[in-house]
Design a protein around this ligand. Structure first.
Ligand SMILES: O=C(O)CCC(=O)C(=O)O
Ligand SMILES: [Fe+2]
Length: 213
């Protein structure tokens, strides 16, 4: 909603050494390699392995193969998770009060999350259900936790950008356009893992405080 807020987040991210910005006006996207240390990545992978459920979709579209990964609901009181939350907040100045609880995602060979956007479709039947308390999703911050042997890239087809997974690499983008509307150019595909496994953490921020954690 607030363009000056987004600008503050952008300026904050850009102020860190080694941050790359996608040179495309259609999508505000940042990459920072080695955002998490190998130890931090290993600690989260351990937690994801220990506690997984099939990943779900907010907008089921009849395709049972649309998202085939597994998800871990990470515990915000766990010191490892807390430290990463705080690192994300310091990096972006995004407010953790507006953040959904951090999730882990794990992909085996052949698993993927087909092309989608992270915002809730304003036209969908469940829009109200997902957004009534905390509002629409604003920023997505994700971090790859391991090097994938083959496959597993995140492909942003509207801007012709492929991001390769790499242990500790952060990826962050704004799901909204400057006028506050949902940005369809954020469409992205977590492509099939071809060899090895892929682990990521995802952190989504909302327009209003996340009420129930
Ligand atoms: O795993 C990825 O590369 C992307 C994950 C993703 O898009 C999501 O969980 O919404
Ligand atoms: Fe996504």
């Amino acid at each position: 909603m607030d363009n000056s807020f987004d600008q503050m987040v952008i300026d904050t991210m850009m102020s860190h050494a080694g941050v790359q910005r996608l040179p495309n006006p259609k999508l505000t996207l940042f990459i920072k390699r080695n955002f998490l240390s190998p130890d931090e990545c290993a600690a989260v992978i351990e937690r994801i392995d220990a506690n997984r459920r099939p990943s779900t979709l907010a907008n089921y579209n009849g395709d049972d193969a649309f998202r085939t990964s597994e998800t871990c609901d990470l515990d915000g009181d766990d010191p490892v998770v807390k430290a990463i939350d705080e690192k994300i907040a310091a990096f972006s100045r995004l407010d953790l009060k507006y953040g959904e609880p951090m999730q882990g995602q794990r992909y085996e060979v052949g698993q993927e999350f087909k092309a989608h956007t992270d915002y809730f479709e304003p036209q969908s039947v469940d829009y109200e259900k997902y957004t009534s308390v905390a509002g629409q999703r604003t920023w997505t911050v994700m971090v790859y936790l391991n090097d994938v042997q083959a496959g597993g890239a995140t492909r942003f087809k509207a801007v012709d950008k492929m991001v390769q997974p790499e242990a500790g690499k952060l990826l962050a983008w704004n799901n909204r356009r400057p006028d506050g509307s949902a940005n369809p150019s954020t469409i992205h595909h977590a492509m099939k893992v071809r060899a090895g496994q892929k682990y990521v953490v995802t952190k989504w921020f909302r327009e209003r405080p996340w009420g129930w954690t």
